[in-house]
Design a protein around this ligand. Structure first.
Ligand code: URA
Ligand code: URA
Length: 312
């Protein structure tokens, strides 16, 4: 190939290679490749406006994190329930999240920015790349102790390029504020970075397919590896399935910490579910989950906060 290769194309190729390596490390043995994907891979994207020099994408970093352990307050207290839970193929690899070598050298900001550029150029799911208005990468603080994981962007998120900005998102924002935090003190991401397409429909959402989840999950895992939050909150059944590989009901799972590679995960209801079930009891359930999260992180909790959504 000539020297005429665009930055976007380099990023896309680098990202694809890293992504495939990561899928392989997670146990994936086959990826579906059709003519369309092969054509996309062999066609450099048109060069866009003059851009800055290509960022240095670390391609040779270890896929498996090293073993420098970071102490984690309170982790490992909660015993994992027995192996009777059904675990789907999405169950992720068991290594604890620890700084990988390239990341130890660069700042979290730089690592996240590199990843963001890669993910914004992602074309691995051609049907989603074609249908999307924007990739919805994730938003918030790379140094956050707390990271929320949702399912996938909806129409509002696809339009604005930011997760949880629609109706459900506004409720999530209020929950975060009730905890004494704000959106820019936490990190918010999704299992899928693209809106699930709904061909032939002008509105409505659909659940991500298992293939879409498995394909996109490495992006989220990289985000978690960079941030290394103290606690993850899995919002709803899809987030739980993506992070924990569990397909048992969120109603049974919520309220008890699990672990994702050494990080405590609190499964709770998705805010969209809360919007449909506005009973005081359901709100209190989510709030009790958040109180546990606050305790785990060591956030101050006032007497007033403890009583939110209790019958007076
Ligand atoms: N629902 C999600 O799961 N994620 C979003 O970003 C918005 C709505
Ligand atoms: N069912 C879901 O899929 N998510 C929820 O949050 C609650 C019920």
């Amino acid at each position: 190939m000539s020297g005429f290769v665009s930055t976007d194309y380099d990023l896309f190729l680098d990202g694809t290679i890293r992504h495939l390596k990561r899928l392989k490390a997670m146990g994936t043995r086959y990826v579906a490749v059709n003519t369309e994907i092969l054509n996309a891979l062999s066609t450099p994207l048109p060069r866009r406006r003059s851009t800055s020099p290509p960022p240095d994408v670390p391609l040779t970093g270890p896929l498996v994190p090293n073993t420098i352990d970071r102490p984690r307050a309170g982790s490992g207290q909660q015993a994992e329930p027995s192996g009777s839970d059904r675990v789907s193929k999405l169950a992720s690899n068991p290594q604890p999240i620890t700084p990988s070598e390239p990341q130890a050298k660069e700042t979290k900001e730089a690592a996240m920015e590199t990843l963001r550029k890669e993910v914004l150029a992602c074309q691995i799911c051609p049907h989603l790349a074609r249908a999307r208005q924007q990739v919805v990468f994730g938003v918030g603080n790379v140094h956050a102790d707390l990271m929320f994981v949702g399912e996938a962007p909806g129409a509002d998120e696809d339009e604005q390029g930011e997760p949880f900005v629609g109706k459900a998102g506004q409720l999530l924002t209020r929950i975060i504020q009730a905890m004494g935090l704000s959106r820019d003190l936490v990190y918010i991401g999704n299992i899928l970075k693209c809106r699930p397409d709904t061909p032939g429909q002008t509105s409505g959402n659909r659940k991500p397919t298992p293939e879409e989840m498995q394909t996109c999950l490495p992006h989220l895992i990289r985000q978690i590896e960079i941030i290394q939050p103290k606690v993850l909150v899995a919002l709803g059944a899809t987030a739980v399935e993506g992070l924990l590989g569990k397909t048992i009901g969120i109603t049974k799972l919520r309220g008890n910490f699990r672990e994702y590679r050494g990080i405590p995960v609190m499964p709770t209801y998705h805010p969209a579910y809360l919007l449909r079930n506005q009973s005081l009891a359901t709100k209190r359930e989510v709030w009790e989950d958040m109180l546990q999260v606050m305790e785990k992180i060591g956030l101050p909790i006032s007497e007033k906060q403890r009583k939110f959504f209790l019958k007076s």
